[in-house]
Design a protein around this ligand. Sequence first.
Ligand code: HEC
Length: 359
Amino acid sequence: MKIVTSVFKSLVLITAIASLTLTAKAQSADEGKALFEANCTSCHALNEKVVGPALKNVHTKYDEAWLIKWIKNSQALVKSGDAKANAIYKEYNESVMTSFENLSDNQIKSIIAYIKQESETPSAPATASVASSATSVATDEAATESSDSMVNSINWLIVLIIVLLFIVVFFVFEILGLVGDIQGKQVINWNSINAKLMLAFGVIGLGATIWEFVVHGKLTVFNQEAASEHGPEYDSMFMITLIITGIVFFITQALLFWYAYRYKHSDKRKALYYPDNHKIELLWTVIPAIVLTLLVVRGLKTWTDITSKNDPNARIIEIYGYQFGWNARYAGDDNTLGRHDFRQIGVINALGVGQNPFE
Ligand code: HEC
């Protein structure tokens, strides 16, 4: 019974994951439809020219990267000398399409997914022509449709194979366990398997961390020049913290997984147990305390440097932060800010400027 329920649970889980991945595609096209209707239908339709060209099958005319560039800023693409961009721009008498820099790559991808989905769904007239005469257009559409349903059934086949594999592996282990019980000895040494898995996990995990740094590190703050005057200071503090914690991270994680492997359970070895060890405890308290103090002192110094060194002739500005934005007020010619009182803050007087009438 136990076996049956656990197999059943795994089946449910796998099917759920598989159907999630399959529906993700459809969801993205739905999002694309909404974005298309909100941003594009003023100038485009799928099947006819409006201000801009009909967009049916446009995903086959250009690749995705090109489309993303075009939709974000078609003029930039035209000016870069791109031949295709110039061709369509000329064809439409150099009318300028709106830029959509605010759309993310993923949003544009979902618009393309929607265009693709709509282009591949046979429209009513095309189906009619299948009935009357087998034109080449109609057969083309029928072909794309059938290849789509084939992709779908291949997806399900893969899911089925994975489920079957899972069941087979499960029963192999069950049987090996039973054989072990009957013979009175252990057939699978779980301790050694787990220890090796731990080691593999450690190596893969740390390897992946290094890979992330090398491949995506250049997209982060490490590779970008600071935009503000105090940026380099922040960056250097960030870097020092990262280097210190990074070294500690790699040493402790490597030891953790190595020890889990090296000192796995063995019948020949007895575990030692320390109730307490003052030396070690002192060490792991004092060293982090010293390092943290140094980091905090450095931060404090940076903060006072930034806030105390100001030019006496500098113009005084007061910045207000709120959710989600900033507001500012500037001093006039005498370089002194006027009075303000938070009790006066209202719809018209956002910063509460002026004398409080109740004072
Ligand atoms: C203000 C009108 C306007 C809007 C809004 C607009 N477009 Fe365009 N689009 C055009 C014009 C005009 C062209 C033809 C090329 C040119 O003149 O720049 C074009 C061309 C295109 C092309 C190239 C078509 C081809 O056959 O080569 C694509 C793809 C495209 N638009 C996608 C979009 C998408 C997606 C949106 C919505 C996010 C959108 N457009 C919104 C006017 C617009």
